[in-house]
Write a protein that binds this ligand. Sequence first.
Ligand SMILES: Cc1cc2nc3c(=O)[nH]c(=O)nc-3n(C[C@H](O)[C@H](O)[C@H](O)COP(=O)(O)OP(=O)(O)OC[C@H]3O[C@@H](n4cnc5c(N)ncnc54)[C@H](O)[C@@H]3O)c2cc1C
Length: 512
Amino acid sequence: MSDKKVIIVGAGPGGLSAATILAHQGFDVTVLEKEEEVGGRNGPVSLGPYKFDTGPTFLMMKFILDEVFRLTGRNIDDYLECVLLDPMYRLQFDDREVICSPDHKAMQEEIDKKFPEEKGGQMDKFLSWEKNRFQKLMPALRRDYTSWTSLCSRELIRSLPYFGANRSLFDVLGNYFKEDKLKLSFTFQAKYLGMSPWECPGGFAIIPYVEHAYGIWHVMGGLFKICEAMAKIVREEGGQIYLNSPVKSLLIKDKKVGGVLLEDGNTLTGDYVIINADFAYAMENLMEKNTLPRYNSQKLAKMKYSCSIFMLYLGLDKLYDLDHHNIYFARDYKKNVDDIFKGNKLSQDFSIYVQNASVTDPNLAPEGHSAIYVLVPVSNNQSGIDWEKEKDPFRQRVLDKIKERTGIKDLEDHIVEEKIISPLEWEKDYNVYLGATFNLAHSMSQMLYFRPPNKFRKLKGLYLVGGGTHPGSGLPTIYQSALISTSLILKEQGIDIKSPLVWTPGQAQSLS
Ligand SMILES: Cc1cc2nc3c(=O)[nH]c(=O)nc-3n(C[C@H](O)[C@H](O)[C@H](O)COP(=O)(O)OP(=O)(O)OC[C@H]3O[C@@H](n4cnc5c(N)ncnc54)[C@H](O)[C@@H]3O)c2cc1C
């Protein structure tokens, strides 16, 4: 146990996971959140009687979240009702639809039916080879890279051939499948990282693998319930969460971070400060220019960022018969992806993801109504797209696209509540640098040792959690970032929390 004081800037999933673990270990934890609710990008959107997740709707690798709860001495089932989805999602191409199931036999049958030209597909080969990759990569993804000696670590060296640094995700899926649309069914997941399947390192084939091996979960009430449950645990453990409390800057003296200055002029001192706010936003705004030359404005501008997202949340006074997760691919998916990542323009024909969680969860809309969440990947704000001007016409194009692709013709007659978040609002209201919703890109030059560290070498007492640090963006990796960063603090205090997911030197345990 330790009674050291920890200040956490931001109550997103990263900050709250760290807060629960440290509060349980006796640390005096204070979380400062600028908004009136916890959750950040994983918080709720409430529109009248309708509830939506702001961001994450796919919960994968739930075992990492289970472990965060276990490390607080609790069982996740006492706090959340998690439901394994089957089917996981429906993929709609121009000429066929593919229903993806975590049941491997059913998935193989679907491949045989929808892709007869594949002559059997290679689901078994995909699962067994990617399981091997997953087991090789996990030890490297679980460890910290705060020292250059990590570059010589056994975990990293053993994993290197499996990162697929010289091949794209799309290429790697060619090991198992021939048909482009079948490859896309296992590579569109690059969008979770805000990347193109043709650019994303091949090692990320572990993402479709973990979906098919461990499934995709929904949390009843919405995924934002995870953050609410974590906030409850922090308070149960005696920690403090202050809402409507934006942090203005870090208090830094003699290369040591000793606390924070709030926007209201108050200061708070602590032994450790953990930043959960968006990484590049924090480097730009929470410290004086050039405090960390490696992350000064010019260097930040040169880093690579994920795409952004145009969001539409629709409260509808009609129950629609759509699956829980539906992905509609642009007819020319490659062109759509190139427009986002290279052309920096809005595509004529674009892909959309439509979530209709009301079919699984009655808590999100009144009986007979629907709460529909629409996500459209678009370029981040490096594109220069003028969203003040584009927002309304693009909204109409998105509604037209839903009508065209889903066959729901009367959508506009039933909208009773509506909210838009464009790349502009991600940047302005959510403090997301360039509106790059999935944080820094996950190219090899920005991963592992080269991603912003869990613990800063040049500023004592300062740590990072969330999508901007190692291992990366996405709920499971964000929880893992909290496991890594807190384990470094705990280690400094002589506490070993003994967890299969928390790395300790020399340990390279694999997961099955
Ligand atoms: C639309 C969308 C869909 C996504 N879908 C998925 C998905 O299906 N599955 C998945 O695994 N991941 C998904 N993600 C990615 C990722 O899981 C989420 O973005 C996640 O919420 C990021 O968590 P975080 O802890 O890094 O940061 P955030 O959730 O952004 O939390 C940071 C917190 O810091 C606060 N803050 C910022 N500045 C200050 C300040 N100055 N003072 C005090 N507080 C401050 C913010 O208000 C926020 O609460 C999605 C993301 C988006 C945007």
